[in-house]
Write a protein that binds this ligand. Structure first.
Ligand SMILES: NC(=O)c1ccc[n+]([C@@H]2O[C@H](COP(=O)([O-])OP(=O)(O)OC[C@H]3O[C@@H](n4cnc5c(N)ncnc54)[C@H](OP(=O)(O)O)[C@@H]3O)[C@@H](O)[C@H]2O)c1
Length: 305
């Protein structure tokens, strides 16, 4: 398959491009983070520039587009709601319309946080009720994609992993601080179902191969608090878990509103794929193996100095 991945310098897009490039022809877009070298074809573009999406599709002629580019920083979305709307709502709409018209297929990446997090254990049937600019613009993006291209896959995710900058994911936050002996907060009242980005990549490819359509929760079957996540990571990496201070998110001083229970059910996807989605222990084992293999340093070496 020819696969175009937008946001290939981001946490998800980069891992996805690296995991898929061995078996498929992969094109990955970057914007401000150019890559020095990479095993896939890198295209530097501002996807918001007039005509950029048309040119990209013309140049790459993809069978599938996996749209990971977004304004995914909650506080940045609160500070610049117009940019959040352009990137998280209008761009997915443009992409879905053009991809459908050109005969390709789209997997659009959305988020677990389209829910308000008051209840948890949400299925695809539950009505979203987003809190804050990021989640509102992401939900509007989902709806715009489904309207422009009903055959598109919309995947709600939550992920962790190694990133280009080494600072992008919650796993890196705990790893970096604990390895330097620094104390950190761990939220005891924010729950989620994080999946390793590399596992997410394998599942996405499986979803494309099965030609799926529609809305799927693509998360780990295991919900836990961010505090517990830190403890489990510390144990796996043999780091000092007592440096993680159990804290309520309401005492943390964060600017954007956080949703307490964003655990999602993934049984629709498990049934459809006919195989279980990896649990956190499997994700942490692979994160550790990647670390031992020098994967974080390899990612860092892709960044121009
Ligand atoms: N991280 C999570 O835990 C999480 C949780 C739930 C959902 N998600 C969703 O997963 C997807 C990927 O998230 P992520 O964490 O990988 O995001 P990320 O690390 O912040 O990466 C965002 C990507 O978007 C690109 N981008 C931003 N503005 C652009 C523009 N104008 N033109 C072209 N590219 C642009 C960035 O390129 P440059 O860096 O090169 O500028 C980068 O590659 C998003 O849809 C996000 O909403 C993520």
């Amino acid at each position: 398959m020819r696969i175009l991945i937008t946001g290939a310098s981001g946490l998800l897009g980069l891992n996805l491009a690296l995991e898929t490039t061995h078996r498929h022809t992969v094109f990955g877009t970057v914007h401000r983070h150019a890559l020095k070298t990479s095993p896939f074809t890198v295209i530097q573009t501002n996807l918001l520039a007039p005509g950029a999406v048309e040119r990209l599709l013309e140049q790459t002629q993809p069978d599938w587009v996996i749209h990971c580019a977004a304004l995914a920083n909650l506080d940045a979305c609160e500070t610049d709601p117009l940019l959040a709307k352009q990137l998280n709502t209008e761009l997915p709409h443009t992409l879905a319309s053009l991809v459908a018209r050109g005969g390709a297929r789209l997997l659009h990446v959305s988020t677990d946080s389209v829910f308000d997090g008051l209840r948890g254990n949400y299925s695809e049937e539950d009505a979203p009720s987003p809190v804050g600019v990021y989640t509102r613009t992401k939900l509007e993006g989902e709806l715009a994609v489904a309207k422009a291209d009903p055959t598109a896959i919309v995947a709600r995710v939550n992920l962790f992993g190694w990133s280009l900058t080494g600072k992008r994911s919650l796993a890196e936050f705990f790893f970096n601080n604990l390895s330097q002996g620094k104390q950190v907060m761990g939220f005891t009242d924010v729950f989620f179902c994080p999946l390793l980005a590399n596992h997410l990549a394998d599942i996405f490819v499986h979803m494309l191969e099965k030609n799926l359509s529609g809305l799927y929760h693509v998360v780990s079957p295991e919900g836990l608090s961010k505090y517990e996540f830190g403890l489990r990571l510390a144990r796996r990496f043999n780091l000092d878990s007592s440096l993680i201070n159990p804290t309520s998110v309401y005492d943390s001083g964060l600017k954007a509103s956080r949703s307490p229970n964003l655990t999602l059910r993934c049984d629709k996807l498990t049934r459809t794929l006919g195989e279980p989605i990896p649990r956190l222990s499997t994700g942490l084992d692979r994160l550790y193996t990647l670390y031992q293999q020098g994967y974080p340093q390899m990612l860092r070496s892709l960044e121009p100095s």
